[in-house]
Design a protein. Structure first.
Length: 296
């Protein structure tokens, strides 16, 4: 039995709560995951999971193993990174995560440039509008909008973005522009299902919250922008998200004078990955793009 592969599979099942989702993450079949866990349980002589038709839960022995297994896998990763950090040319897979729209507009061009110049490296780019755990997911660099919360990670600031309220020219012509944030009560509002825009919008230099009652709530930024461009109301998004619509004239800014302070953008990464050539090149590429004001 390959104990490294077995521990990797065990951690994947434990963290994702199921054999099928773990198999998708690992890129193997569900029966292969089942066989690996069964072999590990036979080797240890204890059950690691309590299985039911709907869920998988760790046994007491499984919970104890999970903590140690994570530590073992992280130590192995650290050893690999020490060796790889001695390389002068980037090779292997670089794993990056970023918000969906930001990743499409600003991370993908940097990735495309790296891939064109370095044939021995590959990239896995996870575009998600939610935060994931970097170390546990094997992520090398995460693009995060807002102040970083994990003090165990290193961070590099790469500029800021601003909150913008946008509406279509037809909506503005029919309903007018709100004079101040309190006047939003008189307008149709489009909200996302995220914490920043779902129930309270912030305005002014002190980010004062204003409670809102949305007419439409959607689950993606693209849908918010499409709804605003279609004249369904006023949407609260970030400047880079609205850039294409503003440039095309399908969207207009609303209440710009009442915008809150800019929101910082950080690149987060584990200190053990800092010396990897692929990580260094990606950080340099993002810094250069920030200096050019790409997302201002």
């Amino acid at each position: 039995m390959d104990r490294f592969a077995a521990l990797t599979t065990f951690v994947a099942v434990a963290e994702r709560g199921g054999f099928k989702v773990a198999s998708r993450h690992l890129g193997v079949s569900p029966p292969a995951v089942t066989r690996t866990i069964a072999a590990l349980e036979r080797h240890l002589g204890v059950p690691l999971f309590r299985r039911s038709t709907r869920s998988v839960a760790l046994t007491e022995e499984g919970a104890a193993l999970l903590e140690r297994a994570r530590e073992i896998l992280m130590r192995l990763q650290d050893a690999e990174h020490v060796v790889m950090g001695r390389q002068t040319t980037p090779q292997g897979e670089l794993q990056i995560t970023a918000p969906v729209v930001f990743g499409r507009l600003h991370v993908l061009p940097v990735v495309a440039d790296l891939l064109a110049r370095h044939r021995q490296m590959s990239v896995r780019l996870l575009l998600l509008d939610r935060n994931i755990r970097l170390v546990e997911e094997g992520i090398d660099v995460a693009v995060r909008i807002g102040e970083p919360r994990d003090s165990s990670l290193r961070s590099v600031a790469v500029g800021t973005v601003r909150q913008v309220l946008v509406a279509s020219p037809t909506y503005c012509a029919a309903r007018g522009h709100p004079a101040d944030p309190k006047a939003l009560d008189l307008h149709d509002l489009i909200a996302g299902d995220n914490v920043r825009t779902s129930s309270q919008w912030r305005f002014g230099p002190h980010s004062v919250g204003v409670a809102i009652t949305p007419r439409l709530t959607v689950t993606s930024i693209d849908a918010q922008l499409a709804a605003a461009a279609a004249g369904l109301g006023i949407a609260n998004v970030l400047s880079y998200q609205a850039a294409e619509g503003l440039a095309a004239g399908t969207l207009r800014r609303v209440l710009d004078a009442h915008a809150p302070p800019p929101v910082p953008i950080h690149l987060l990464f584990d200190a053990g990955r800092a010396n990897l050539p692929s990580v260094r090149l990606f950080l340099d590429g993002m810094r250069a793009r920030a200096k050019n004001g790409a997302w201002q």
